[in-house]
Ligand binder design. Structure first.
Ligand code: G3P
Ligand code: MG
Length: 248
């Protein structure tokens, strides 16, 4: 099933308007007409896949310490909305399972970023793909990505036909082409604020779609579109979506 990439992917839901990686953030993206969201998945100590970005709980919840040191029973009681605004008080960290249910209900596409806590590169990919395989049928609207090559390799071994995105850090690995070939990456996902025109052209010449994270500035969005970037992750899909509507 060929990948049907969108031009706009809501980053961590629509995290400019709602607390990142929560069901509220996904619903906010959906209300804005966003078709795909990017979400980060990691494991609790007892191997429950949750939608969460940082290794530690401190920034986005009322808890503290490492996610990898807590069981789901503790994580599920944390509050994950007040840090963003009072209006989102009571938001929780969602499991991957309930998140997939919501996305399917809303008929949304997903870029699931495997974000393993240190040492959990294989386990996180295995558990996440296992959950996905039980419920997700629309593989034209699913992209599995990671900065971790081990996680991507695990995803490839488990589900070779599912689409994978190779995430490049701001500093590109010198062998990105070999890595993309080895992992049979469907997309190359780059830091769109730091990349150069030549870098984008190199990926286009290589023959893969380019996705750029995380673009919140309309002028940068225009520039990247001119360079040939295929899609963008954004915290503010209404603003960046408007640029695309004007240009196309
Ligand atoms: O997948 C794009 C982007 O989310 C990668 O960086 O740190 O925001 O997960 P980060
Ligand atoms: Mg991410």
């Amino acid at each position: 099933m060929p990948l049907k990439l969108p031009k706009i992917i809501g980053h961590r839901g629509a995290c400019g308007y709602a607390p990142e990686n929560t069901l509220e953030s996904i619903k906010t993206a959906h209300e804005m007409g966003v078709e795909w969201v990017e979400l980060d998945v990691m494991l609790t100590r007892d191997m429950i896949p949750i939608i969460f970005h940082d290794d530690t709980l401190d920034r986005t919840t009322n808890g503290s310490g490492n996610v990898a040191d807590r069981d789901w029973e503790e994580i599920r009681q944390l509050e994950a909305g007040s840090w963003f605004s009072d209006g989102f008080a009571g938001a929780r960290i969602p499991t991957l399972e309930e998140t997939l249910e919501l996305l399917i209900d809303l008929n949304m596409g997903l870029n699931l970023e495997i974000k393993p806590t240190p040492g959990k590169e294989v386990d996180t990919a295995e558990v996440a793909l296992d959950f996905l395989s039980r419920v997700w049928d629309a593989h034209d609207r699913l992209l599995i990505s990671s900065f971790s090559h081990v996680s991507l390799e695990t995803a490839m071994d488990m589900a070779p036909d599912w689409h994978r995105g190779l995430l490049l850090e701001t500093e590109w690995i010198p062998n990105w082409k070999e890595m993309a070939e080895y992992l049979a990456a469907a997309t190359i996902n780059i830091d769109g604020n730091a990349c150069t025109r030549i870098q984008v052209e190199n990926i286009i010449d290589f023959g893969k779609p380019v996705l750029a994270y995380t673009i919140n500035d309309p002028q940068r969005a225009r520039t990247l579109l001119q360079w040939g970037v295929d899609g963008m992750f954004t915290d503010v899909p209404d603003i960046i979506g408007e640029i695309l509507r004007v240009i196309h």
